[in-house]
Design a protein around this ligand. Structure first.
Ligand SMILES: CC(C)(COP(=O)(O)OP(=O)(O)OC[C@H]1O[C@@H](n2cnc3c(N)ncnc32)[C@H](O)[C@@H]1OP(=O)(O)O)[C@@H](O)C(=O)NCCC(=O)NCCS
Length: 164
């Protein structure tokens, strides 16, 4: 992360973040030690990382995911996300959450393609304005969300309601 993240996430020519940079500290390292860490390898070489942790008893947050540029756009992250839902659901997770920049179309497309819904926006001094996306792993939770916040007829629109 220390070596590759500045160029993967860098926003300008000298790779300086526009937001509050937080270099590795003992506290950050302790926090990372507590996270679930998935390391992607090509042989012995580390080519990507994905980290997540519980937010509460039934909510799990994917904190970060990044692949080296030459490993991107090969559907690696999509395939990993397809594999991680089942064990997290079996461990009692009812909802998954992740955040990304609205302009990170690849991430937005990947998460929405996996069934994540945009549930809020977050503005922070560390990462800027982010979309927060949620995927419900249990039907009861999704049903309540749909009833309260998505009760439009876009899933099965009535012909008479369609705009022509
Ligand atoms: C974001 C990232 C983790 C996605 O992993 P990936 O393995 O490259 O993604 P995939 O190849 O599985 O593609 C995911 C989706 O994005 C689409 N996609 C790929 N490149 C795209 C592009 N340039 N623009 C728009 N969509 C794109 C793919 O078609 C796929 O959608 P589909 O399932 O509908 O076909 C990876 O590209 C990465 O490390 N990016 C840099 C770091 C980053 O942005 N991390 C996320 C921070 S929140």
């Amino acid at each position: 992360m220390t070596k590759e993240y500045p160029s993967i996430f860098g926003h300008n020519n000298d790779n300086q973040s526009r937001f509050l940079a937080e270099p590795m500290t003992d506290a950050k390292r302790r926090f990372c030690d507590e996270m679930d860490v998935l390391v992607f390898r090509d042989g012995a070489r580390i080519v990507g990382v994905m980290m997540g942790h519980p937010v509460d008893w039934s909510t799990y947050y994917w904190r970060t995911i990044a692949l080296l540029p030459e490993m991107q756009e090969r559907r690696i992250a999509t395939r990993v996300l397809e594999l991680t839902d089942a064990p997290l659901r079996a461990a009692g997770v009812a909802r998954l959450e992740g955040e990304c920049l609205p302009g990170n179309l690849r991430m937005v497309k990947m998460l929405t393609g996996q069934g994540y819904l945009v549930t809020s926006t977050v503005a922070s001094e560390r990462f800027g304005v982010l979309l927060r996306l949620t995927k419900f792993l249990v039907p009861e939770a999704r049903a309540v969300f749909d009833r309260q916040f998505s009760s439009m007829s876009f899933v099965n629109p009535q012909p008479s309601r369609r705009l022509s």
